[in-house]
Design a protein around this ligand. Structure first.
Ligand SMILES: Cc1cc2nc3c(=O)[nH]c(=O)nc-3n(C[C@H](O)[C@H](O)[C@H](O)COP(=O)(O)OP(=O)(O)OC[C@H]3O[C@@H](n4cnc5c(N)ncnc54)[C@H](O)[C@@H]3O)c2cc1C
Length: 417
């Protein structure tokens, strides 16, 4: 069997992922024994359109390439209410250029995202909700001319104007980080097989290749490598001995058990007839994850989130309102199944984030930072893949460590100063 069912960023409710992206296939395999590796490693992309209100259900990514020419800044005075074009140069804080003179606006995604969060948390955010930073093309237009910028980014500028209602040739864009990619996923070996014999996992659904922080463009490269080059070779070794073996029938006990399990869950969800919509639970779960297991985490927040998620999961199973019936296509029912799995995954993400007492890549623990606020890694104790084994509903998962061995290039503390 091959799972290539994508990432689980929608556990945060708001993300740049397609609305239908979900963890169900991977999670159900995990509950049948497949290890889930590094679930807390989430990539937050720095260049997205900020949240515009409570009823939003999706976030939009503006391409990373915009940072090649755009300059990121906030007003030096947090109470500055002037339109951006009226704020003089000397009253602007080009904070990435100030903090990271060598890399400036081109620092990696996690560093750019955390810096934007620091600015917004400190009250320097811009826009009606003060939840963004400016990405400004004025200097680039002066240097290169409007037509070059139009050639490079015209489609993105049009998209931004359609969504934000502002013309980025005239007014700086407003951007803020958003959940984008999940580096964790089902554990696989070099053949892309999980620890369950015969279950192969490809693409974003597995944990391999990206470590704690993915570089731009490498997800599609991984998808291509997994699908074109690796699996066609490795799956043959699994299939060959099974030639002429009959496919298990739908009368087999395993099939019956699985079918019965699905039927039971559907009936249970439909019989609750509670008072809260599936989306309202999902939104609350997403907010907990964003606040406590998002761009920055700490032990106190993660413990609080684990407890609150478990309570919310119980409320969900007592009070969710699933519309419609189980006999036809029912999107409310479908979503309820997805959200039930997100609850359980969220608890594992917090457990993983709590146990990893270091910062690395997309995992930033506030207790583990250098004096100037950068990620403080601890390779002596945490240079391993954390592969978690499911141990039953509401129970802590069991940790299996796969040590990382670096023969030629050794991890070091990063500096973009
Ligand atoms: C807005 C955006 C821009 C991006 N830009 C880039 C980029 O420029 N470069 C780059 O490298 N990466 C980029 N990425 C990341 C990259 O697109 C994804 O990581 C990649 O598409 C994942 O591919 P995949 O095949 O593993 O999963 P997906 O593309 O998510 O496909 C999974 C498929 O499985 C289906 N599925 C899920 N569950 C089930 C189930 N239970 N049963 C049946 N089917 C199921 C889904 O419907 C979907 O069709 C971007 C991602 C986003 C969201």
């Amino acid at each position: 069997m091959v799972l290539a069912t994508g990432g689980y960023g929608n556990v945060f409710y708001l993300s740049t992922n397609a609305k239908g992206s979900n963890v169900t296939a991977a999670w159900r395999a995990h509950k049948k024994g497949a290890y889930f590796a590094n679930p807390c490693f989430t990539q937050i992309h720095p260049t997205c359109i900020p949240v515009s209100g409570d009823y939003q259900s999706k976030l939009t990514l503006m391409s990373e390439s915009l940072r090649n020419d755009g300059r990121i800044w906030v007003p030096k005075n947090p109470n500055d209410t002037r339109p951006p074009n009226q704020i003089p140069e000397e009253e602007r804080d080009y904070y990435l250029e100030r903090m990271y003179p060598s890399f400036a606006n081109l620092v990696p995604r996690d560093v750019a995202s955390r810096a934007a969060k620091r600015m917004v948390d400190a009250g320097y955010g811009v826009g009606p909700l003060k939840n963004g930073v400016y990405l400004d093309f004025k200097t680039a237009i002066e240097r290169l001319g409007r037509s070059v910028i139009e050639q490079r980014y015209g489609n993105l500028f049009d998209m931004y104007e359609n969504i934000a209602g502002e013309n980025p040739y005239e007014v700086p864009m407003r951007i803020y980080p958003a959940v984008h990619y999940t580096m964790g996923g089902l554990w696989v070996d070099y053949n892309l097989m999980s620890n369950l014999p015969g279950l192969f996992v490809l693409g974003e659904a597995n944990f391999s290749d990206h470590g704690a922080n993915r570089l731009g463009a490498s997800a599609l490269m991984q998808g291509l490598a997994d699908g074109y080059f690796i699996l066609p070779t490795t799956i043959a070794g699994d299939l060959a001995p099974q030639l002429n073996t009959p496919v298990p029938s739908t009368d087999s006990p395993a099939f019956r058990e699985a079918e019965e399990g699905v039927r039971e869950q559907i009936n249970r969800l439909l019989s609750i007839k509670g008072s809260r919509s599936v989306d309202s639970f999902h939104r609350e779960l997403g907010k907990l994850m964003w606040d406590y297991c998002g761009m920055a985490r700490n032990a106190e927040g993660l413990k609080h989130a684990r407890q609150r998620i478990a309570e919310l999961r119980e409320e969900f199973w007592k009070d969710v309102k699933v519309l419609g019936e189980g006999e036809s296509l029912n999107q409310s029912l479908e979503k309820a199944g997805r959200v039930a799995d997100f609850f359980e995954l969220a608890e594992l993400m917090c457990q993983d984030a709590l146990h990893r007492e270091e910062s690395c890549g997309g995992h930033f623990r506030e207790e583990y930072q250098t004096p100037d606020g950068e990620a403080q890694r601890d390779d002596e104790h945490f240079a391993y893949v954390a592969a978690w084994e499911y141990c039953g509903p509401g129970k802590d998962a069991k940790l299996h460590k796969e040590d990382l061995v670096f023969e030629y290039v050794h991890p070091t503390q990063r500096s973009y100063k």
